[in-house]
Write a protein that binds this ligand. Structure first.
Ligand SMILES: *Cc1c(COP(=O)(O)O)cnc(C)c1O
Length: 368
């Protein structure tokens, strides 16, 4: 019997590597509250990612909410319907008003021209997402932020380690948010982070993640509990050691899929840009039903029958979910490209342990 294969599989260090860390945590009894392992992981991640400041969080969603709080975002916030639902949920928890804007069908990211068209006197911020680690048009978005005096918070949950023109994509905008959930390229089982550009902002963010405490008796902000614990940090320190090899293996897998699927009519793989160093976090393919001879859903269920469990990231669109479907910007006519892409996409399995043999089998099942 063939093994079941899922879209992703969490990378975990060997147990023998974890045990010394656990012993250290147990002996010291420092288990959370900005402990030495969290501080060390922050130091190593800032260096690895080539970013000035980073604050670790217990997950990416709380990091997003804290980022909105840190910049005191209010009113309307322009965002994408084509993402994981947490991007918009963070706005809801912050009581900001999501305004959905359509995507560019090639990058799958917010279309800057359509962002501009959606700006009103109530717009205070933009929350773009680097979907699948494909960089947003950060230069045009920066121009908009200057012209209209808008805050920019990038949801960079997919963009760990991604660089464009030799610099980290995480250095754009006011803040960038990472997720270290088990399904992401770099994981701490659950975890996240905010990348910031000044010492003052980092200090504010660090206070926000710890209930707003400045010292034992002083609370200056309505903070939250966003703290990463020492066990999460130890998994992060260990996973960071092998991240370069893992991304390299992901790249090989990506290229093998490209080679094996390039002749398949009606199937498109996300194009990669020349000036970008990717992390190969996802492998989205897009099915043009008429040419392919079957719909995306036909293929999705067919692969399921072969015990190949893909995911339709991102379908359905966030704008179709109950909390958001009645917003004016959720109208289908406003989001034509997003609707189309959401009907076409399947993310194929990609993770370092996936064997070439399995990839060949998956591609054979697709082209049949
Ligand atoms: C995973 C993810 C999040 C949420 O991160 P968690 O760590 O799971 O809370 C937010 N946005 C996007 C785009 C994601 O993929």
């Amino acid at each position: 019997m063939r093994e079941k294969v899922y879209v992703t599989r969490p990378s975990l260090p060997g147990l023998e590597e974890v045990l010394p860390y656990l012993e250290r945590i147990w002996t010291s009894r420092t288990v959370t509250n900005n402990g030495p392992l969290v501080i060390e992981l922050e130091r190593q991640l800032a260096e690895y990612l080539e970013v000035p400041y980073i604050s670790l969080f217990n997950n990416g969603t709380i990091a997003l909410v804290a980022a909105l709080q840190a910049l005191d975002v209010q009113g309307e916030v322009i965002t994408t319907p084509y993402s994981f639902v947490a991007s918009t949920h963070a706005l809801w928890w912050h009581r900001a008003e999501p305004v959905f804007v359509d995507i560019d069908p090639f990058t799958n990211n917010l279309d800057p021209q359509k962002i501009q068209d959606a700006i009103t006197s109530r717009t205070t911020a933009i929350l773009p997402v680097h979907v699948y680690g494909q960089p947003c048009d950060v230069y045009q978005i920066e121009q908009l932020s200057k012209t209209y005096d808008l805050k920019i918070i990038y949801d960079a949950a997919h963009a760990f380690g991604v660089k464009q023109r030799g610099t980290s994509i995480l250095t754009h905008g006011d803040l960038s948010i990472l997720s270290f959930h088990a399904t992401k390229v770099f994981n701490t089982i659950e975890g996240g982070a905010i990348v910031s550009s000044s010492k003052e902002l980092k200090e504010k963010i660090d206070r926000l993640r710890n209930f707003g405490f400045v010292d034992e008796t002083t609370v200056v902000l309505p903070g939250i509990n966003g703290k990463m614990n020492e066990i999460q940090a130890s998994i992060g320190l260990l996973n960071l050691k092998s991240i370069d090899e893992e991304i390299q293996r992901r790249k090989e897998i990506y290229q093998l899929y490209q080679t094996l699927l390039q002749g398949v009519v009606g199937l498109r793989i996300m194009p990669l840009m020349e000036d970008v160093e990717y992390n190969y976090s996802y492998l989205p393919i897009f099915i043009e039903e008429d040419e392919f001879g079957a719909s995306r859903d036909d293929l999705y269920y067919r692969l399921k029958n072969y015990e190949i469990y893909c995911r339709r990231y991102f379908y359905p669109l966030i704008s179709t979910f109950a909390p958001y479907s009645s917003l004016p910007s959720s109208k289908r006519g406003n989001l034509k490209n997003a609707y189309k892409v959401a009907q076409q996409v399947i993310c194929l399995p990609i993770y370092p342990e996936l064997s070439n043999q399995m990839i060949e089998y998956i591609c054979k099942c697709i082209s049949e």
